[in-house]
Ligand binder design. Structure first.
Ligand SMILES: Nc1ncnc2c1ncn2[C@@H]1O[C@H](COP(=O)(O)OP(=O)(O)OP(=O)(O)O)[C@@H](O)[C@H]1O
Length: 318
C-alpha cells in the first residue's frame, strides 16, 4: 500500500445551476456502440425530454446517469458529482421511476411506501410527513391497506411516482413512465410532474409520446446512439421543414403512390389527410404529379410541422 494518496486530476468547478452534465459519453456492449459520444447539459428546474426510437440508447444513458452502469468513455456529472467516482453520494439526491413502476405487487400501498422509505433511510418523522404527501399526491388516501396488484394502472403509476420521490430527490429520472397508461391518466400524471417541477425538482423524462414531449422545457432526440436534435420544443418545430398535407378521395391509393416517390421521405395518415415529409418539394408541383398519377382531386398545401414531423424528418433523412 502506498503511503501517498494518488493525486487526482483537478475537478472542474461545476455551475450550480446545472443538474446534469454529460461530455462525450460512450457506452459499448462488445463491438456494438449503444451510446456514441453524446454531450448535453440539463439545467436545474428543467423538464428535460429525452426522446428517440426503441434501441436508440436512452435507457443505457439513464442507467449511466443513475450510476447503475459504467460508461465506456466520457464524463458524467450529476448534481455536481462525478457519478463514476461516487455513485452513493448521488443516490440519496436522485429518484428513478421506470416503465415497470418498480412496485411490489403483493405488498400493500403502505408497505410499498414504507419499503422505499427504508431503502432511503428516512427517519420515522420524515416518513410520517412524506407518507401524507404521497397519499394526497397519488390520491390514495383510504387505500393504504389495499394490495398494489389490485390498483388500476393509473393509481399504480402515481404510487410509483410517490415511492420514487419519497426521499424528496432534487432530480427525478423517469423512463417511459406513461407507457401503457390511458390518455386521461397520462394527462393527470403530467399534472403531477408539472407540480413537482414547480417545487423545483429537475425532471429527466423519456417518452415515445409527442404530445408529452411538447410538455417539456427542452428536448434532446437520440438516434442510433447520438443526439441528432436538441432544444426547446418551439425552436425544434420552427427549425423543421414544412410538411405537405395531401387531401383527396382515395387516400390509400395516394399514400401508396407517395410511398414509392423518390423525393418523399415519409408519408402517413393523420386526421383524415396524408402528411408528407419531402423537403424542397413544391406543393403545386406535387399536386400536378398526383393528378398525372390519377389522383385528379388531390389538394396539396404546406403546413407547419409538428414535433413528430420534425423527428420523422430527422430519422428518415439519415
Ligand atoms: N446489456 C446489454 N448488452 C447488449 N446490448 C445492450 C445491452 N443493453 C442495451 N443494449 C443495446 O443497446 C441499444 C440501446 O438500448 P437502450 O435500451 O438504451 O435503448 P432505448 O433507446 O432505451 O430503447 P427503448 O425505448 O426500447 O427502451 C439496443 O440496441 C440494445 O439492444
Amino acid at each position: 500500500m502506498s503511503l501517498f494518496r494518488r493525486s487526482r486530476p483537478p475537478q472542474p468547478v461545476e455551475d450550480p445551476a446545472v443538474a446534469v452534465r454529460v461530455d462525450d459519453l460512450r457506452r459499448d456492449f462488445g463491438s456494438f456502440t449503444a451510446v456514441d459520444g453524446i454531450s448535453f447539459a440539463v439545467r436545474r428546474g428543467e423538464v428535460f425530454g429525452f426522446l428517440g426510437p426503441n434501441g436508440s440508447g436512452k435507457t443505457t444513458t439513464i442507467r449511466i446517469l443513475t450510476g447503475s452502469l459504467a460508461p465506456s468513455g466520457g464524463q458524467v456529472r450529476v448534481l455536481g458529482t462525478d457519478v463514476a467516482r461516487d455513485p452513493d453520494a448521488i443516490h440519496r439526491r436522485i429518484g428513478y421511476m421506470s416503465q415497470r413502476f418498480s412496485l411490489f405487487e403483493d405488498l400493500t400501498v403502505e408497505e410499498n411506501m414504507r419499503f422505499y422509505a427504508g431503502v432511503h433511510g428516512l427517519s420515522k418523522e420524515t416518513y410520517a410527513r412524506r407518507r401524507e404527501y404521497v397519499l394526497d399526491m397519488a390520491d390514495l388516501r383510504g387505500r393504504e391497506g389495499e394490495l398494489t396488484a389490485d390498483l388500476s394502472v393509473g393509481w399504480r403509476q402515481r404510487l410509483a411516482l410517490g415511492t420514487a420521490t419519497i426521499h424528496e430527490p432534487e432530480l427525478l429520472f423517469l423512463d417511459e413512465p406513461t407507457s401503457g397508461v390511458d390518455p386521461v391518466a397520462r394527462r393527470q400524471f403530467w399534472d403531477l410532474l408539472h407540480d413537482l417541477a414547480g417545487r423545483g425538482v429537475t425532471l429527466f423524462v423519456t417518452t415515445h409520446y409527442m404530445d408529452e414531449a411538447a410538455n417539456c422545457t427542452r428536448l434532446a432526440f437520440m438516434y442510433r446512439g447520438r443526439i441528432v436534435a436538441d432544444g426547446p420544443p418551439r425552436d425544434l418545430v420552427a427549425g423543421g421543414t414544412d410538411v405537405l398535407e395531401v387531401r383527396c378521395a382515395d387516400l390509400d391509393g395516394a399514400e401508396d403512390w407517395l410511398d414509392d416517390a423518390a423525393d418523399v421521405r415519409d408519408v402517413h395518415l393523420a386526421e383524415g389527410a396524408l402528411r408528407v415529409t419531402s423537403p424542397g418539394t413544391d406543393p403545386q408541383a406535387l399536386a400536378d404529379r398526383l393528378r398525372d398519377a390519377g389522383y385528379g382531386d388531390a389538394v396539396v398545401r404546406a403546413v407547419e410541422p409538428t414535433l413528430e414531423d420534425v423527428f420523422v424528418g430527422l430519422v428518415t433523412g439519415r
